[in-house]
Design a protein around this ligand. Structure first.
Ligand SMILES: NC(=[NH2+])NCCC[C@H](N)C(=O)O
Length: 308
């Protein structure tokens, strides 16, 4: 409890349209069934739950709203609602935390955060823990899956497609963004990351640093946070950043990831260094879990550490 606002707004969406799949991920109900809410209440959080439903969609709508981005209109509808939830939670001085669903939800959550910051003369710093950089654009993406584009939208690309997000063209400063755990980057994305010099600790760099990496990376994040004159930390935690042996239940798993204990140590150190003001937890799909519920256990451990 010591590093976090006790007024917690738990926002949930089960949307997985961003992965190109229909239907709900069932993630939030599975976490609730496993005692998530009781656990948070026992820690002393004053908890409010806000659910954003995915509109009914059929397969025939896949390219109805864009010729390459899949299910764009319903995703935007969900993101617009998430934007509002995050914004109004921040207005109340609460901690908004969004549980997905896939990473396309970050289009809405980051825009809620940026709109709030713009109005209140604040500046966000985003830590993106993930196997993927998620910085494709509508033209750059090979898959057409919207969960691969949220950061491009947040730094100002594709505004013709997302005109109603990001009031007054207030975008995320690429130097106030830090990747951790990356190991799957498309060529197009590599160019964007280089062009904007986005701070990055990919998996290869973590391995080079060895067991000390959580400490070293957090120190660097703190330096960048201060240098960029940021005022609030947002953590976007994609479960696929964790190695699939600990977290098999994700949509786009990539081998050779961050061992779960190191991921938890990183989160703990990050929160000790900088107060967490908002966040997302994404890409957990219980339907893909093994018989031992390995992924569910990892998801609960991550949430227990972030929300502590
Ligand atoms: N949030 C995620 N799991 N993103 C995976 C993205 C994979 C790939 N780069 C794409 O754009 O399709």
């Amino acid at each position: 409890m010591s590093f976090i606002n006790s007024n917690l707004d738990l926002i949930s969406t089960q949307m997985r349209l961003g992965t190109g799949r229909l239907g709900d991920s069932g993630s939030f109900p599975r976490l609730v069934e496993s005692g998530l809410l009781e656990k948070l209440e026992n820690k002393g959080f004053s908890l409010t739950c806000h659910e954003v439903n995915t509109p009914p969609v059929t397969e025939s709508e896949i390219y109805a709203s864009h010729d390459h981005l899949k299910y764009l209109a319903p995703i935007m509808e969900v993101d617009k609602a998430l934007e509002q939830e995050v914004y109004s939670s921040l207005q109340k001085g609460h901690l908004p935390f969004t549980i997905g669903g896939d990473h396309a939800l970050a289009i809405g959550t980051l825009s809620g955060l940026l709109n709030y910051c713009q109005e209140n003369n604040e500046k966000p710093f985003v830590v993106w823990f993930d196997a993927h950089t998620d910085i494709n654009t509508a033209k750059g993406t090979l898959s057409g899956n919207v969960h691969g584009i949220p950061l491009a939208v947040a730094i100002g690309y594709d505004q013709d497609i997302f005109p109603s997000f990001y009031q007054k063209e207030q975008y995320l400063d690429p130097s106030a963004l830090h990747y951790v755990g990356i190991r799957s980057v498309d060529d197009f994305e590599q160019n964007v990351v280089e062009q904007h010099s986005i701070p990055n600790h990919p998996m290869s760099a973590l391995k080079q640093l060895g067991d000390e990496w959580p400490k070293v990376v957090v120190e660097q994040i703190v330096t960048e946070f201060e240098k960029s004159k940021a005022t609030r930390l947002h953590l976007s935690f994609d479960l696929d950043g964790v190695d699939p042996s600990f977290a098999p239940s994700v949509f786009t798993d990539v081998p050779d990831g961050v061992p779960l204990p190191q991921a938890l140590e990183f989160v703990t150190r990050l929160k000790e260094a900088l107060p967490l003001k908002s966040g997302d937890f994404v890409e957990f799909d219980p339907g893909l879990d093994d018989n031992n519920n390995t992924g569910l256990k990892a998801a609960l451990a991550v949430l227990d550490t972030i929300l502590d």
